[in-house]
Design a protein around this ligand. Structure first.
Ligand code: B1M
Length: 222
């Protein structure tokens, strides 16, 4: 792996946001994820490589370390901050100059769940694929989804959940939306979600990644 990608991955893993950040103390006055992501892109490394070879593996390592109780929530939070600072540089590459939108996509992380990185990635890539994206943020309940559907009557709805506990909220929100609006198309995703779960809760499609979500949305409008 390119040296810069290795360094970027390490910065995300240990939560080194940028040069000015005093955390972690051992990396004081060194470049962080912010500067390294910018430099990698300027050197011609593709945004896909940044994501797949540096950023996502770093977050996987963070999750594994957390599972082994080698790190705790504050370190996970710093890793997420570093990841977000790198993602800010990637975003413009995923946004096309297209003005005619293929449709509207409402997305949110379900109630009780504050994980936003995967949801943001899906949102930014779907926007780049030519959809208008309405991002409701995190901790989104049925009322907020339904209000947004009212404002965007032809929208497809997307939901993300990262916790096994909040998957149950996903089930409840899907049920509430489908009760009021049975034909509304709902796409679900997030690390613990599966196609089997998607079918059980009455959602329309599950994708493990942003590209699968884009392919599914394209199939709806082609
Ligand atoms: Co939390 N966390 N976390 N966390 N966190 C996990 C999810 C966990 C697996 C860590 C672990 O134990 N190994 C674990 C869940 C265990 C479980 O439920 N089985 C966990 C836990 C336990 C918790 C807390 C409960 C910890 C605590 O407080 N004791 C707490 C819960 C807070 C809450 O939400 N109420 C918590 C908190 C946090 C932070 C706030 C510190 C931080 C989030 C910060 C933020 O988002 N701003 C955080 C983080 C960073 C993680 C890990 C390390 C990384 C998540 C991430 O961003 N991954 C995570 C471990 C892990 O996932 N390896 C972990 C990178 C991201 C690109 O992947 O989100 O999976 P992901 O998205 C993917 C796909 O899933 C898919 O596309 C994305 C790109 O490929 N996808 C979709 C996602 N949404 C989609 C929607 C779609 C389609 C595809 O269509 C609509």
């Amino acid at each position: 792996m390119d040296d810069i990608l290795k360094r970027l991955s390490y910065c995300v893993e240990v939560g080194k946001v940028n040069r000015a950040s005093p955390y972690p103390p051992a990396m004081r006055d060194q470049d962080g994820a912010d500067e390294l992501a910018r430099r990698a892109l300027d050197e011609g490394i593709s945004p896909d490589d940044l994501l797949e070879k540096a950023l996502i593996p770093a977050m996987t390592n963070v999750g594994n370390k957390y599972s082994r109780q080698e790190i705790f929530v504050p370190q996970m939070l710093m890793a997420a901050k570093a990841m977000n600072s790198a993602m800010a540089h990637i975003k413009p590459y995923f946004l096309s100059g297209e003005t005619k939108r293929k449709g509207t996509f409402i997305i949110g992380t379900v109630a009780g769940d504050l994980h936003e990185i995967g949801k943001n990635l899906v949102a930014m890539m779907i926007e780049g694929a030519g959809w208008e994206v309405v991002d409701l943020g995190v901790d989104v309940g049925a009322i907020k989804f339904l209000k947004s559907i009212e404002e965007h009557p032809s929208a497809v709805v997307g939901m993300s959940a990262l916790l096994t506990t909040t998957m149950d909220n996903m089930r409840k929100i899907v049920a509430e939306i489908k009760e009021k609006d049975p034909k509304r198309v709902i796409l679900v995703g997030g690390a613990p979600v599966t196609m089997d779960f998607c079918k059980k809760i009455g959602a329309d499609f599950y994708s493990p990644d942003p590209q699968g979500a884009i392919n599914y949305l394209s199939s709806l409008v082609s």
